[in-house]
Design a protein. Structure first.
Length: 316
């Protein structure tokens, strides 16, 4: 993900959610609708989400230090995990509580025109934000499906904003459904049902985001296509016979650690091996520009001890 694309999507979502949160709180004051209150908290939580994503992006740009020699790229993963676990979960728990409370003690929706007006405004604003997130994601997702993009993306911001905006649009539809049914039937229980639906929706999104960002936080390898390019770059160097094994790890969305053991000829001199390693590093960075940290270990390849494994070309 390009930093510019992610930042643009985050800012669009932040502006939309702040405006929507204010409008929803005003509507809640006039209607006393639990669906509107749940949606107000949802929008406030979403605004906090975007602020955390921007903070994570800024902190990840700090230079490496003695304590953190590989830099702070994973700050973006940490703050995305906070977004998934804390803010979304708080929104879900609050909505579920409000829904149960409203079903247990229903009351009529007051001044429903306010609710309808604000919900329609919110749907328009969220559609704009969602459209921006989709447009920015199209630049990086390629031919992959949306599910694959969300699962494989090493940059957490766009998947988070996409799921946020999708959840916000569905939540608004649920709120509109609850308020409409409460007004049409005169039964405030429907308002509580709409609130419960919002809570369940937020809980599902929280679980999906938590699982995906946890994987990134623990550490994921490069995409298979990138590893193939790295192997090809290594083996293109004349001093390298073959790749014995390869390990990659994302230090951040745009920073990759590469550790490889390569086979060299037994009669190569130390100077020739050193030249081969330098050439291999140059080829790797040319093929995969995000490969910032590269460690290459020369060795002799022994076929009688080599076995194939899913994560490597061969091991000794």
């Amino acid at each position: 993900m390009s930093a510019g694309g992610g930042t643009k999507a985050i800012l669009a979502a932040l502006v939309a959610n702040l405006a929507i949160a204010v409008a929803k709180f005003v509507a809640f004051l006039f209607t006393s609708s639990s669906s509107m209150l749940a949606e107000s908290v949802h929008s406030v939580a979403d605004s906090g989400n975007q602020a955390l994503l921007l903070l994570g992006d800024r902190r990840s740009r700090r230079r490496e230090s003695r304590m953190h020699p590989f830099g702070y790229g994973r700050e973006r993963y940490f703050y995305a995990f906070v977004v998934a676990v804390v803010l979304f979960t708080i929104g879900a728990v609050f909505s579920l509580y409000e829904g149960i409370e409203k079903i247990s003690h229903p009351h009529d929706v007051e001044s429903p025109a306010w609710a309808f007006g604000v919900l329609i405004f919110a749907i328009i604003a969220e559609t704009f934000s969602f459209r921006t997130a989709i447009k920015e994601s199209m630049h990086v997702k390629g031919d992959a499906s949306w599910i694959t993009f969300i699962r494989r993306s090493k940059a957490p911001e766009l998947p988070v904003v996409l799921l946020e905006d999708l959840g916000a649009l569905l939540g608004l539809i649920f709120a509109l459904f609850g308020v409409t049914m409460a007004v049409v039937t005169g039964d405030g229980v429907w308002d509580g049902i709409g609130t419960l639906m919002i809570g369940v929706l937020l809980a599902i999104i929280a679980i999906i985001l938590a699982l995906e960002t946890k994987s990134l936080l623990i550490g994921e390898s490069a995409a298979p296509e990138a590893e193939e390019q790295i192997c090809a770059a290594l083996e293109a160097a004349p001093e390298v016979d073959k790749v014995i094994h390869l390990r990659t790890l994302h230090l951040g969305p745009e920073e990759l650690l590469v550790a490889a053991k390569i086979a060299v000829r037994h009669d190569d001199t130390a100077a020739e091996v050193a030249r081969g390693i330098d050439e291999a590093e140059r080829r790797i960075r040319e093929a995969v520009p995000i490969a910032r940290v590269i460690y290459i270990e020369p060795d002799l390849y022994r076929e009688d001890r080599a076995t194939s494994a899913p994560a490597e070309t061969a091991t000794t």
